[in-house]
Design a protein around this ligand. Structure first.
Ligand code: NDP
Length: 422
């Protein structure tokens, strides 16, 4: 038995250490209980609960897949998101591993490859990108480039026989997005759009409460995603690279949240867009957009996005029985979930703390799981195309000052694959 072996081994080791050791060996004569050693069950290492039932259970060991069995990713574009979030997230991923980099900046790429233990042959440049076809370690490609480059590299990756995870916004327009969906389908490859919030536990808890109508049906959604953008030289201010300003970059989170919370598609949008006159950064793209989405089941979502306001990322769902408020809803970290409702004669404000998990690791692992089990991703290309269609209607409404009607879509979650398992 594993427990007995442990005791014997410890006894022998400690016994050999001399008199003190003999004392300890005596103390260790009783079997070390499983609560301390843990156990292996079904290929997973697990520990019995060690705290009382009154305490929140720990998540247990992460039990990652053996490294050689994980899905190998090539990450394309070594910008801020890649270096600050995506590459570190591989350290917390269970089914995914980093196997290659693609970059146009050789000294940075060489440094990053060394930092993450990759061989120089695992670094590609954009001209040599198609050579990824010959690297069997690369099963998936994660596109983290400026928006205008998503289509080209998605299609090249699919044609090189790789499945694709692409950053949001998926493209510059719904037509481009549809071309990406079609190209991946023609190549028989998966396409997932990196809507990280749909994999993140706090957002999923709000989703659960809304879909189960825990406090009654959702009636009204408020979503704000604003930040104060700096230097005008960056690609985000260039229409040809970004496709738009705050709307496709950060307003997209509000739009996507309203869609995944209700599961419905809006039938009407109404929008206004403003930019500070005379600020050269807004010569090509907008600073701020507010937009209203009307859903067929009666929910109205009021959304606001901007490049000119101090960071604030708030999602609030109003129901007859409670207000559900998620501060930091679209942030990488620092989330606060509050439920406000009646408690007898008092108004109770309940804060729910959920163990934080790395949402980039969750997203990578969802893609890996879809590849390993040949499943449709929860946020496939179609999810991104629909956001583009609605953003096009938002811009149209902002330009005309009139509401814009959208085609009615029957059923729920029509652009989504099965829900993530973890
Ligand atoms: P950065 O500006 O920080 O980095 C972009 C990188 O792309 C550059 O460092 C460069 O990498 C490469 N690149 C190749 N061609 C160009 C070009 N013509 N101009 C500029 N860069 C180029 O961007 P982010 O990392 O912030 O954003 C990348 C993508 O990720 C965007 O689509 C964005 O919307 C999305 N994003 C998503 C977030 C999320 O939370 N899901 C958060 C932030 C961004 P190299 O030198 O290696 O070639």
């Amino acid at each position: 038995m594993a427990g007995t072996n442990l005791i014997n081994r410890r006894g022998a080791l400690i016994g050999a250490a001399g008199a003190t050791g003999t004392l300890l060996a005596g103390a260790a004569a009783a079997a070390v209980p499983e609560i301390d050693t843990g156990r292996v069950q079904g290929g997973q290492v697990e520990f019995p609960a060690w705290t009382a039932p009154t305490e929140r259970p720990s998540g247990g060991p992460p039990n990652p897949m053996p490294v050689s069995e994980r899905v190998g990713f090539a990450v394309v574009g070594l910008g801020r998101l890649t270096l600050e979030e995506v590459l570190p997230a591989f350290g917390e991923a269970k089914r995914s591993r980093l196997v290659a980099l693609v970059s146009g900046t050789p000294d940075k790429a060489a440094r990053v490859a060394a930092q993450y233990g990759l061989r120089p042959e695992a670094v590609y440049d954009y001209a040599g990108f198609d050579r990824i076809r010959d690297n069997p370690e690369i099963r998936a490609v994660y596109i983290v480039l400026p928006n205008s480059l998503h289509k080209e590299y998605t299609i090249r990756a699919a044609q090189a026989g790789k499945d694709v995870l692409c950053e949001k916004p998926m493209a510059m327009s719904s037509a481009e997005g549809q071309a990406m969906v079609d190209a991946c389908r023609a190549a028989g490859r998966k396409l997932m759009i990196a809507y990280r919030c749909q994999y993140e536990p706090y957002n999923r808890e709000v989703l659960r409460m809304v879909r189960e109508a825990t406090f009654g049906p959702a009636r009204f959604i408020d979503a704000v995603n604003v930040q104060n953008q700096g230097d005008g030289a960056q690609w985000r201010f260039k229409r040809a690279l970004a496709g738009g300003g705050s709307l496709p970059d950060v307003g997209l989170y509000c739009l996507n949240a309203a869609r995944y919370l209700t599961g419905e598609e809006p039938v009407e949008v109404f929008a206004r867009s403003v930019s500070p006159p005379g600020d050269p950064r807004y010569a090509e793209v907008e600073e701020s957009v507010t937009f209203m989405l009307r859903f067929p089941g009666g929910v109205v979502a009021n959304c606001a996005t901007s490049y000119g306001m101090h960071e604030s990322r708030l999602l609030r769902v109003h129901t007859p029985g409670a207000a559900i408020s998620l501060d930091g809803a679209f942030s990488y970290h620092d989330k606060q979930l509050r439920i406000t409702r009646r408690e007898g004669r008092a108004e109770a404000v309940e804060e729910r703390r959920i163990p934080m998990l790395n949402q980039f690791a969750l997203e990578l692992d969802h893609m890996a799981e879809c590849i390993l089990s040949n499943r449709e991703p929860h946020t496939p290309g179609e999810e991104g195309v629909q956001d583009h269609r609605i953003m096009e209607a938002i811009y149209q409404s902002a330009a005309s000052g009139q509401p814009v009607a959208l085609p009615r879509v029957e059923g729920l979650d029509r652009t989504r694959g099965p829900a993530p398992s973890s």
